[in-house]
Design a protein around this ligand. Structure first.
Ligand SMILES: *Cc1c(COP(=O)(O)O)cnc(C)c1O
Length: 342
């Protein structure tokens, strides 16, 4: 009897036995005093990886985003984000509630903005227009289906923003998927944005945590806001150890998740032409067009057969591969979904 195939998200990943062993063995101290050696080592490692001055361990990607927005804006400022960006769609209004900013959403291509699109949407200078203090982009795009910005597009955006004195935040929740798929090194990404964050708790497989990376001054301010939001933690080296284990052992294997995502798209496109487009699978997210079938109903029927995923909208399914799904699981899922959307 094969188990459940869980394609709801790469957040469902559970710590492996060796990751748990690394957590159990972690040296710890009080991180609010800056005395947790495992947290300190993880922060130093993340800063070095991305070729920046400093990094900060935070409990979640949402906190990483909201802290970054808070540090890089003043209340009343405007933040430019892609129309389906995580910070406007899935953070329960945190940037408005905590940073007092408003968002200008701009339509992108598969969740990606371009320097041209940002420039076209730019507010005129001066009264009564809000100040555009920040542009926030995702690598890879969440609602855009795991699409990759890549360095060229990000550098073009940064060049534009430099002429306006506007900061760039890179919400790199899945940046390691982009790094593995494109072969661009973290140290090449790091210097492009003002600040960046990445999730340890998604495809990398740690149970908890995100890292914020940037200049030392930025990270000092981010640490104050982490505290103010109740995110300063104590002997949290047990969690940082999981994050470090993930960075040391779970990066290269993201290629398996990408191969399984492509396999899903290939098999679906084969069996139900038009249901999936393998050319649009850059990393670990696959969208499936259900045609006339109601996507939530397809998801319910598949769950009865042990294949879990969610609808992205009324006629689209969203499948996310991770270390919880092996090749056999991806094949089984493709079979079940093809049956249901044929
Ligand atoms: C998942 C995600 C986040 C938030 O991360 P959590 O750890 O779930 O809070 C932020 N941005 C993007 C693009 C994401 O996909």
């Amino acid at each position: 009897m094969s188990g459940t195939v869980d394609l709801r998200s790469d957040t469902v990943t559970r710590p492996t036995a060796p990751m748990r062993a690394a957590m159990a063995a972690a040296e710890v101290g009080d991180d609010v005093y800056g005395e947790d050696p495992t947290v300190n080592a993880l922060q130093d490692h993340a800063a070095e990886l991305f070729d920046r001055e400093a990094a900060l361990f935070v409990p979640s990607g949402v906190m990483a985003n909201v802290v970054s927005v808070k540090v890089l804006t003043d209340p009343g400022d405007e933040v430019v984000v892609e129309r389906f960006g995580h910070s406007v769609a899935y953070e329960d209004g945190a940037p408005a509630a905590i940073a007092g900013v408003q968002y200008l959403t701009v339509e992108g291509d598969r969740g990606r903005l371009s320097a041209e699109a940002i420039d076209a949407a730019w507010r005129p200078a001066g009264w009564p227009y809000p100040t555009t203090a920040l542009v926030s982009v995702e690598e890879t795009t969440n609602r855009g289906g795991g699409a990759i910005y890549g360095l060229e597009r990000l550098r073009a955006i940064r060049d534009l923003l430099d002429t306006r004195g506007t900061a760039l935040h890179l919400d790199g929740a899945r940046i390691f998927n982009a790094i593995v798929a494109s072969g661009v090194a973290p140290a090449d990404y790091g210097p492009v944005p003002t600040s960046l964050n990445f999730c340890l708790s998604k495809g990398l497989g740690a149970p908890v945590g995100s890292m914020i990376v940037g200049d030392a001054d930025f990270v000092d301010e981010a640490r104050r806001w982490r505290r103010r939001l109740g995110g300063a933690m104590r002997q949290v080296g047990v969690l940082a150890a999981a994050g470090r284990y993930a960075l040391d052992h779970h990066v290269d294997r993201l290629a398996d998740d990408h191969a399984n995502a492509r396999l899903l798209a290939d098999q679906l496109a084969d069996r139900v032409p038009g249901s999936a487009d393998p050319a649009l699978v850059d990393t670990n997210i696959v969208f499936v067009d259900t045609g006339d079938h109601d996507a939530p109903t397809v998801a319910e029927r598949a769950a009865e057969r042990g294949v879990l995923f969610g609808p992205a909208d009324a006629h689209t399914l969203r499948l996310v591969t991770s270390l919880e799904v092996d090749r056999a699981g991806a094949e089984r899922a493709a079979h079940v979904i093809a049956d249901l959307v044929a």
